[in-house]
Design a protein around this ligand. Sequence first.
Ligand code: ADP
Length: 547
Amino acid sequence: MRGLMMDRPLLISQLIEFAAEYHNTTEIVSRTIEGPIHRYTYTDAAVRARKLAKALKELGVEMGDRIATLAWNGYRHFEIYFAVSGSGAICHTINPRLFPEQIAYIVNHAEDRIIFVDINLLPLLEALKDHLKTVKNIVVMTDRAHMPAESKLPGLLCYEELVSAQDDKFEWPLFDENTASSLCYTSGTTGNPKGVLYAHRSTILHSYAINMAGAMGFTSDDKVLPVVPMFHANAWGIPYAAPMAGAGIVFPGAKMDGASIYELFESEGVTISAGVPTIWLELLRYCDANGKKLEKLKRTLIGGSAVPKSMIEKFDKDHGVFVMHGWGMTEMSPLGTISTFKRGEHGLPKDKQYDLQAKQGRPVYGVEMKIVDDAGHDLPKDGVAFGNLLVRGPWISRGYFRGEGTAAFTKDGWFHTGDVCKLDEDGYMVITDRSKDVIKSGGEWISSIDLENLAVGCPGVQEAAVIGIAHPKWDERPLLIIVRKEGSNVTREQVLEYFDGKIAKWWMPDDVAFVDQLPHTATGKLLKTKLREDFKDYTLPTANAAE
Ligand code: ADP
C-alpha cells in the first residue's frame, strides 16, 4: 500500500522563493569585484533570479543545458545558481584556479552553452578563445560601465543589461525532483577531472542535513560567510541551506586574505563561516600579527583537509570560536561527517574536547559508512582497525557525468571514497590518509595526516607535509617537509625532539626538509603528487645505513 502524501517535487527554486516570502528583509551582502560593498534582500535576489531566468529563456536555454560560471562568491553568482537550476538547466561551476587546459577540458566535456564570468576572470577565458567548442554566449557579470572596452572574445553580453531587460513575471517550472541541477568537477589530482552531477532532490535533502542542529544548524539569527568558494562543491551547500533557514549571507568576492575576511567578519557581524584549513591559517596569522580578536564569529566549519588540534585550540582560546571539523567530498554534496558534541561530551575537559574535534566527526543522518580491507571484507568499527571507506546515501553520487570512473562505484550501491579511516564505537571517524598518500613502512601503515597535524603544533612551524620516500629496507619511510613561520629558525633536531614521545618510535620521520612554500591543489589541499615528484631523487639519511 502506498502512502497518501503529496508528491510535491523538491526543487531548488522553492528555496529562494521561500526566503523571499518569509525572510524578506534579511540581507545578502557582497564584496564586489568592482570594489564597493553591495547589499540587498532575499526578496531583491528572488526578483532578479526570476528576471535572469527569463533572459536565459530568451537566449534559448532549455532543460538540461549546461550553463557555466567562472566566478567568485557574490550576489550575481547566487542569482545564477537559482535562475539556471530553477529553469531546469544545469549550473556548472568552474574552478578558476585550475590549469587553463583543465578549464578547456571541462567546458568541452560538459558542453557548456553559456559561460557567466567575473570581470577579473575574463582574461582566463580570452586565453582559451580558440578552445571553447560549444560555448555560444559569454556573459560578463557586471554593469555596462564596467564592461571591458575591448576583448579578444566577440559579442560579450552584459549581465546587468540582460537582467534589466526583463520583468519578473515568471513562474518557476515544475519538473521531476531527480532532474540534474548542477555540475561540479573534482579537481583531479590524478587523471582528468570527473563531473559530479547533483539533482534538485539531493540538493534539498543535503540542505536539510546542513541545517540540522548537530550539523551547521543555521537559524535566521545567523549571518553566514562562506569562504569556501561557490565552485568548490557549491560552497559546501551554503547558498541553498542559508535561504532554507533564512540566514543572512556575506559573500567575500575575490578577496580571501586574512585582512579582508577579518574586516567583513567584524563589520557585518558574521556569526558562522566555513572554509579549508589554509584560509584559517592565514586569518589566524593575521589576527596574531595585528593583535586582533574575532569578536562576533561563534562557529566555523573547517574541512577539505584535516584540521590540526593546535588550530582548534587556538580558535577556542584566542577567539572563543567553536571549530566544527567536517569531512566530505564533492561526490557527497559534500557533507559526510561533522564533529559536534554528543550527549556526555559537552562537559568534558577542554583538552579532551579538542581531541574529539580533531577527529573528522560523526556521520550526519542520511550518510551510511563502512570500512573494508583490500579484499572488500567488512572491518570492525572499533577505533583500531582502519581500512577503505565506503559510503552511500541520497546526496552521494551514483556515477560520474558521462559514465566515467565506474570503478569507484560498487555493484551493490556503495561509493569508494579513496580515503582510509578508522570508525569507533561512538561513531567518530578519523581519516588516516588518502589511500594513495598513506606511507607503507615494513608492511605497516603510517598516517601522513597524523604527522602533519602534529608538526604544525611545533613552535616555529607554519605548514607541514609528509610523504613516503623509498627505503631499501622498509619500502617507504616518512619525510617531513616544513615551511617555517616568518622569522623562525626552527631546526630539524628541534622538530624531531618535539615529536619524541608523542608518536610511536617507528612513526618518527627519517628526515626533515625545509622549503619556502608547499604546493596546493585548486581547492587548497596539499598537492602530494607534486611533492613526490619534487623529492623523487631524495635519499634519506637512514637509507645508506639501511637501518
Ligand atoms: P577536490 O578538492 O580534490 O576537488 P574534494 O573536495 O571532493 O575534492 O576532496 C575530498 C577529499 O578531501 C576527501 O576524500 C578527503 O581525502 C579530503 N578531506 C576532506 N575533508 C577532510 C578532513 N576533514 N580531513 C581529512 N581529509 C579531508
